[in-house]
Design a protein around this ligand. Structure first.
Ligand code: AGP
Length: 627
């Protein structure tokens, strides 16, 4: 999941490549490099560590050349050292690569027998040798691509430059994202549109097994077998400004604070406000098929999977359809049962996560109906799913997902309501009431964000503890998982999320005076609908049980921070806890979204206190495009 970029045009490529790499750094950041073709000679600059180290190395250097490639790495094969950093240069070939070449050892052996010297531990350098062999025989780079691709196994994207063919870059896609951008007398290739959006919004998304031949004059796209294509050029509407920090210290903080806007955009673009009805254009043509769905299989990774767990509750309750939720990385390897009548719902912010994409393809191969909830328009998952519902959260840059998560929850909520109407398990009245609750959500989120300074104080006081235990019941349980994930990934503290009732079955043994227990306890009125889809009863059973679980941990000495609703202030949830935070009162169904806000703010402020790199936590990458 490295970031790659290429430029061919009429400017000095240095600034364009470095700016692009800055915007791609979320994909990996353990080393970086650029190469520029100067008077038929390529100069390569590489550096271990973050991009600023490469910038320091380049200093004020200016280039006369107008062609170059850049790379920011998340190491797979070979340690994150300078020698393993990209671009890799062999003979007249310069190459940057994202992904994994599975049969590189086989090729390496052959290359060594041919007497070739291999300088790095990477699979990438092996590919550069294969290209060099071809061009040394007099093949053009275009022909070399056609000859080399059939020899490679794995999933990858790369950009190649040949000294002998200035004014030419070739970008190849096979399993890892790559797109081409068309500018005025200039062309680009990149892993992600964010890298080039400040230069052009005219984009060609490559499909698998395609390659783009980029020249100053334009871009041509071919299939791996050589067939020329007429690709669609899409206009991207995200603005470069949306990708700036807008005065916030970190992207994560900006994105936390953008949530009410992101939710408004997501909700209002899917609701006909005059009629108070949810309108999901993305599934309009699927409605008759949805009538025959008897099971939903949700597949996603990380935070998106937590959204899926909440989605299970919504769909089962509103549409009365059984739902299971799987990890993208596990799903396809256990020969899942995907009987006719199954809907495969994949959830992904980036739309490029390799495991989620593979699950989607598995579902498509098995012939079931597929639906994606995605944030990035025209991403691979969005393009390949039968139907897509877009969250309109805008670009999310911080590695820790925040606004993407809460908008995914809103989207899956709207889908469940619509599905309930299709199945007639939800009455028009009940759907209207749920919709009107949802429309109030952005205001409640704004109110929850005012808790920041109180949460910052709690974070300051608790940051020295070594173990954080999040617990919640029912629809709050996935938020305990998400809260723990947020803390783990950006503060590097050990955190676990648990269903509160499971504690006594083992994990309670971990609790002592050094443990912080975060209890998620807003009133969880259980809503039931009768056979006609009308609201039937409200009960509060889980709430009381969570109180018992709080007492169990309190008696074992843990420090307790309870996050409840305003109506819990002053009750035992407040008085029995060391710290208490009240989110605005809302309906049970929207509590998971409101609860997410203090979880995000707490993780952010603990990480800030501990001095970690909030937006680029160690070992992680935003978009995980390798298995
Ligand atoms: C969340 O904070 C993570 N960085 C991560 O778990 C992420 O949600 C996961 O990798 C899935 O990404 P996607 O939504 O882009 O598919």
């Amino acid at each position: 999941m490295c970031g790659i970029i290429g430029y061919v045009g009429h400017h000095d490529p240095k600034g364009i490549l470095l700016d692009g790499l800055k915007r791609l750094e979320y994909r990996g950041y353990d080393s970086a490099g650029i190469a520029v073709l100067e008077e038929n000679k390529v100069e390569v600059f590489r550096s271990e560590g973050r991009l600023h180290r490469l910038e320091e190395k380049l200093g004020n250097r200016r280039f006369q050349g107008h062609v170059g490639v850049g790379h920011t790495r998340w190491a797979t094969h070979g340690a994150p050292t300078e020698v393993n950093a990209h671009p890799h240069r062999v003979g007249s070939i310069t190459l940057v690569h994202n992904g994994i070449i599975e049969n590189y050892l086989e090729h390496k052996e052959t290359l060594l027998k041919l007497g070739r010297k291999i300088a790095s531990d990477t699979d990438t350098e092996i590919v550069a040798h294969l290209f060099d062999i071809e061009v040394s025989k007099g093949q053009t780079l275009h022909q070399a691509v056609l000859n080399v691709l059939p020899k490679l196994k794995g999933s990858y994207a790369f950009v190649i430059l040949n000294d002998k063919e200035p004014n030419l870059l070739i970008g190849v896609r096979n399993g890892a994202p790559l797109l081409a951008g068309i500018g005025k007398d200039e062309s680009f290739v990149a892993s992600d549109v964010q890298a080039i959006l400040s230069r052009t919004n005219q984009i060609i998304y490559l499909n698998e097994n395609q390659f783009a031949v980029c020249r100053r004059e334009g871009v041509e796209v071919f299939e791996a077998n050589g067939k020329k294509l007429s690709p669609e050029v899409k206009t991207i509407h995200w603005t470069p400004e949306q990708m700036e920090k807008a005065g916030y210290r970190h992207y994560m903080l900006k994105e936390i604070h953008e949530q009410s806007r992101a939710l408004t955009n997501t909700i209002e673009s899917h609701i006909d406000q005059a009629q108070g009805k949810i309108c999901l254009a993305g599934i309009d043509s699927a409605k008759s098929k949805l009538k025959n769905i008897g099971r939903v299989s949700i597949v996603a990774c990380g935070t998106a999977r937590h959204a899926g767990l909440v989605g299970k509750d919504y769909i089962e309750r509103f549409a009365h359809i059984p739902v299971d939720v799987d990890y993208g990385s596990e799903f396809r390897y256990r020969d899942p049962i995907l009987a006719p009548g199954t809907l495969l719902l994949v959830i992904s912010q980036s739309g490029e996560t390799a495991d989620t994409l593979a699950a989607l393809r598995e579902g498509k191969n098995r012939g079931v109906l597929t639906l994606a909830i995605c944030n990035v328009r025209d991403s691979t998952i969005a393009r390949e799913a039968d139907h897509v519902l877009y969250t309109n959260a805008g670009p999310e840059i911080g590695v820790a997902s925040t606004k993407a998560f809460t908008t995914q929850l809103a989207m899956v909520f709207m889908f469940a309501v619509e599905f309930g109407l299709i199945n007639k398990t939800l009455s028009e009245d009940a759907a209207k009431s749920l919709t009107s609750d949802l429309l109030k959500l952005p205001t409640l989120v704004d109110k929850a964000l005012t808790l920041e300074s109180a949460i910052e104080t709690i974070a300051q006081e608790l940051q020295h503890h070594t173990f954080f235990f999040y617990m919640g019941r029912g629809i709050h349980f996935p938020i305990s998982l998400e809260g723990a994930l947020k803390l783990k990934e950006i503060s590097y503290l050990h955190a676990e999320g648990y269903a509160a009732g499971e504690l006594k079955h083992g994990p309670i043994a971990l609790i002592d005076r050094n443990t912080v227990i975060i209890v998620l306890a807003p009133k969880d009125r259980e809503t039931k609908f009768d056979a006609g889809g009308h609201l039937a009863s409200l009960s509060q059973t889980l709430h009381e049980k969570t109180m018992s679980n709080l007492q169990e941990v309190k008696s074992r000495g843990g420090k307790i921070w309870t996050v409840g609703g305003e109506s819990e202030a002053g009750t035992a949830f407040d008085t029995e806890s060391d710290y208490f935070t009240a989110i605005p009162n809302s309906t049970w169904s929207l509590n998971p979204i409101l609860l997410s806000i203090p979880m995000q703010l707490f993780a952010y402020h603990v990480a800030l206190q501990r001095g970690t790199d909030v937006d680029k936590p160690r070992n992680l990458a935003k978009s995980v495009t390798v298995e």
